[in-house]
Design a protein around this ligand. Sequence first.
Ligand SMILES: N[C@@H](CCC(=O)N[C@@H](CS)C(=O)NCC(=O)O)C(=O)O
Length: 310
Amino acid sequence: MPKIDAPASALVPQLQGLHLFHFDGAPCAQRVRFALGEKGLARGREEKFTAATPSALAPDNGRWVSRIVSLVKKDHMTPAYAEIHPNMVVPALVHNGELYLESMDIIEYLDQAFGGAPLIPTDPNLRATTMQRVEQAKALHRSIRFVTFHWGLGRLAMLKPAEREQLAGLAQQGNDGENLVSFYEGYSNRTIPESVYLEHLTKLFDAFTQLDTELSDGRQFLMSDEVSIADAFWSMKILRLLECGYPVQAQHPQLYAWYQRVYQRPSFQNEVMGKNRLTNRLFHTKARIESLFGKGLKQVVEGLAQSRAA
Ligand SMILES: N[C@@H](CCC(=O)N[C@@H](CS)C(=O)NCC(=O)O)C(=O)O
C-alpha cells in the first residue's frame, strides 16, 4: 500500500472516514473523483482544507468529505497544505487517518480498499499494458501543464513575485517533486520560449494520434470494453484540452468518440463535471472567442496537423 509514513500534518491522523483534498478544475483531482464515482463513493460535505473543529473532522456516513484546496486562491502554496503534500499539488487522500498521495497510487488504493468493478484489470497481461498507458499519461502530465497554462489560463495563472518567494521557501522544506518553482518562475516572467510550448503540444498530438489508431478496432474503452484507470487518466487530458479549444473531434475522431463514452458515465457527470460546469463553459467561450480572432489553440493544432501530414 502506498501510504505515506508519518505525515507532517497534525490534521491527517484526526481524519476518520474518507477525505479528499482537491480542487474541482484540476485534472489530477478529477481522475481520483472519477475513480471514487466508479467505486460508488459519493461526495459528501464540503470543508475548507484546514478546518479542524470536531464537526469538520468527522466522517460523513460513507460519503467522502470534500476538502477544497483552491488553486486559484493558492491554498496549495501554504505551510498548512505543504505539511499534507510536500509537492504542494492536489489531490491528497486520507482514509481513516492514513495519507495517500499521487493520483495513480490513490486510485490503486481505492481499487484495493473498496468494492465494485476493478479499475486495474486483474488479468496480468491487460494489467501490464494498462499500467504502461497510465505511465505514458503521467509522463505527459508536464505537457498538459505547459499547454493548458499557455493557451488556457494565460495571465490568470501567473504568480506575483511575493507568491513565488513563498513557493520557493516552502519548496526548500519539501522536495518540489513537480518542479513548480522553476515552472512558475519561467511562466510568470514569460521566459519560456514559444518553441517549448509547441514541443509539449506536439508530444500530446502524437500520443493522441496513436490512441486514435488503436481505438479504431472498436473497443469501448482505452484498454478493452471495460472502463479502467487508463480512461481516468486520459479522459481528463481531453477535458482540459477541449476547454482550451483543442479541436479533438476534427483531429482525432475515434478518440473523441471514446471520450464521449467516458464523459456520459454517471461518475464523470457527477464527480468530474458536477461543480465544474460553469468554469468549463467559461473556458469554452474564451477559446471560441480566441478562435474567431484567429488566435488560440485551435489554429495552432491545425497548423501542427498540417506539418505532421506533410
Ligand atoms: N503527480 C501528481 C501531480 C499532481 C499535480 O500536478 N496536480 C496539479 C493539478 S492537476 C496541481 O495541484 N498543480 C498546482 C499548480 O499548478 O500550481 C499526481 O498525479 O497526483
